[in-house]
Design a binder for this molecule. Structure first.
Ligand code: ISL
Length: 632
């Protein structure tokens, strides 16, 4: 049993605590204070209250107490990584995320659909991916693009029918491609019949499916991720209801066993139809602290969302996930990947230890911004940070634990654009990013268009955007608070999720072969060569990525082989050995400038994004070699 931490604990005690280490790491990311300035012998010996000097003035004793309460709620300690390889299909697979609205429109309404995805299965098969993850396809009013589900057991009309889904599933399976669905279980749409009934009838058993509270003022000070309070007030019923996301995404009360039973039933419904697993949306937010206490204002200020310490890793999270897994996932051998914002390395271990049977994988987002930055900052991402993050992870995965490897998804601007807006080197950079993912020890996840090197869209005004997060931010800051529209636009255009949601570019017909009419989200400007052009070009990002995928499939060492980084201190240089039955060496220049090779070339060249190596490493160059004999 671990001793509870108190105000008298030392920084070192906190670092020893799994959640404590993760939280201090998060604190360093949030403030931009290097983790090495916290995790060193001198600071370890100091009292925990020293943290006051790290938080830019927001850390006081109340903050520390709130932090300690959260830490002390986690009783478990992760088992050490044992490096015993446990093969599984989802470790060997490359997952490809599809954003259905923006993939391919088969019926000319400007929106992608399931039949459109089915038509493109041969493309995906040629590319060489093994599994598709479909962002939500269920009945929804699409306030948050389907992450607001109103009918869990039906397909959204705009995407097609259950028959279309069966056809897609069968076609994918016949092509050796598995299918993972995106289940949003933290909240439902306010148009879900459960919520409609709960609001209408206080005596309905659905009332306790959600967090309804009475009173004159909002029940607590929690804020929503999409601006404003996390509470809706319904004047006609004189009642409040909780929504961590948009005001149409109502949080489900997982403390109600009936809710957990319903959700397990939904998962089983889709598994019975043959799906292979699920991505579980914000799954770490589902257990909320009893009594929904006020959030600490300091934590709110630091993280940007007040109340988060009361649900980021709630009191019953492990218990609920384990029960769901036993009831729905394990009997069908389903794969599960949790979307877990704010979950760090050690907590991730607890959530994915096979002996604990909660989830297979979790997605941490710590690598997507460099320390001190958030998604709405307009800055150049330094890939050295990614390298350091990967080095820190190495040794913590490979056996008992495993990690997903990803850059792009539907919630983030394109990584290529974040690293370097210069169009000239973007194709090389796109190839480099894909190579980093596809040669690493973990499950690579590509987001649609990443295989083409798609970059951010050239949005000119708020009218062009569709994302509720961006639109709410504009409404709150410009319309309601009267902030300078130019400044707010600059932030929005740096971070808007719509960059990744712009439709796929298939060919050179008017709407890039995505649709025959104006797409739901559209800017005419896009210079990335389309899929058809790239298919003909053996030097394209698509051709390179296809080769990488096939290389990874052919050599198990590129999947399970140990990782050994070399010349790690040389900024901007990436040197990685993968060692197993065979040996491979990956060398890369993570910068836009030429570089002298700090470590010699090794073995026979298999793949390069420049054709053949040169005396020096060119901007964003990546080379993959197979090694023979002894290595250095
Ligand atoms: O973009 C964010 C808010 O600033 C992220 O915190 C994001 O909302 C978070 O990663 C959760 O994302 C998931 O749940 C949301 C949905 O909007 C996202 O698209 C989804 O990936 C609510 O369901």
């Amino acid at each position: 049993m671990r001793q509870p931490l108190t105000r008298k604990s030392k920084v070192g005690d906190v670092l020893q605590h799994p959640l404590g280490r993760d939280m201090l790491f998060r604190l360093s990311l949030q403030t931009g204070v290097a983790f090495s300035l916290i995790d060193n012998a001198f600071v370890r010996a100091l009292p925990l209250t020293i943290l006051k000097y790290v938080g830019g003035g927001v850390i006081d004793l109340h903050f520390i107490d709130a932090f300690l309460t959260l830490l002390n709620s986690e009783k478990a300690t992760p088992q050490p990584e044992d490096n015993v390889v446990r093969p599984a299909w989802w470790k060997e697979a490359v997952i490809y995320q599809i954003y259905p609205s923006s993939f391919h429109d088969s019926n000319g309404d400007g929106l992608g659909d399931l039949a459109g995805i089915t038509e493109k299965i041969p493309y995906l098969q040629t590319l060489g991916i093994d599994c598709i993850w479909l962002s939500p396809i269920f009945g929804s009013p699409f306030d948050d693009q389907g992450y607001d589900i109103a009918d869990y057991k039906n397909i959204a009309e705009r995407f097609g029918t259950l028959d279309d889904f069966t056809k897609l599933l069968e076609t994918a399976h016949a092509s050796g491609i598995k299918v993972v669905l995106d289940l949003v279980f933290n909240h439902t749409s306010d148009e879900h019949p459960w919520f409609v009934e709960a609001l209408r009838d206080p005596s309905s058993d659905k009332r306790d499916y959600y967090f309804f509270r009475e009173g004159e003022t909002a029940p607590n000070n929690w804020t929503s991720f999409f601006s404003g309070s996390a509470w809706n007030h319904y004047p006609a019923q004189n009642v409040w209801a909780l929504h961590l996301f948009s005001e149409k995404q109502m949080d489900l009360n997982w403390d109600n066993a009936k809710v957990r039973g319903e959700l397990a039933g939904i998962a089983s419904f889709w598994l019975d139809r043959g799906v292979d697993g699920f991505r579980l949306d914000v799954i770490n937010y589902v257990s909320k602290a009893a009594g929904l206490p006020d959030g600490n204002p300091g934590i709110g200020k630091l993280i940007g969302f007040t109340g988060i310490e009361h649900y980021v890793l709630g009191p019953h999270l492990h218990e609920y996930l384990h029960a769901l897994s036993k009831k729905a996932f394990l009997p069908k051998d389903a794969f599960t990947i949790g979307e877990t914002p704010g979950v760090g390395r050690e907590m991730g271990k607890l959530l994915t230890d096979p002996e604990r049977a909660e989830l297979n994988l979790v997605m941490s987002f710590d690598h997507l911004e460099t320390p001190g930055h958030d998604r709405f900052d307009d800055y150049a991402y330094d890939l050295e940070w990614y390298k350091q993050y990967r080095i820190a992870q190495s040794g913590h995965v490979g056996g008992r634990y495993w990690q997903p490897l990803f850059f792009d998804n539907h919630d983030n601007p394109r990584m290529i654009s974040k690293v370097d807006p210069e169009p000239r080197t973007q194709p090389q950079l796109g190839m480099l990013l894909n190579a980093l993912l596809l040669t690493g020890q973990g499950t690579p996840m590509l987001y649609q268009g990443q295989e083409l090197g798609m970059v951010n869209a050239d949005f000119k005004s708020i009218e062009e955007l569709r994302d509720v997060e961006s639109l709410n931010m504009w409404q709150e800051r410009v319309v309601e608070k009267g902030e300078d529209p130019k400044g707010v636009w600059q932030k929005i255009v740096a971070g808007t999720r719509d960059h990744a949601r712009i439709p796929m570019i298939w060919d050179d017909t008017p709407y890039n072969g995505f649709s025959s009419v104006t797409p739901w989200l559209w800017t005419a400007h896009n210079e990335t060569p389309n899929a058809e052009q790239q298919c003909q070009d053996s030097h394209s990002v698509l051709s390179f990525t296809t080769k990488l995928l096939h290389l990874r499939k052919k050599h198990t060492t590129l999947i399970y082989g140990r990782e050994r980084f070399v010349k790690a201190k040389r900024k901007g240089y990436y040197g990685l050995y993968r060692e197993g039955e065979e040996s491979f060496f990956v060398e890369a220049n993570l910068t836009r400038n030429g570089m002298k090779r700090p470590h010699r070339m090794q073995g026979a060249l298999l793949l390069s994004n420049y054709g053949a190596p040169d005396a020096r490493l060119r901007p964003y160059e990546v080379n993959i070699y197979r090694c023979e004999g002894s290595l250095d």
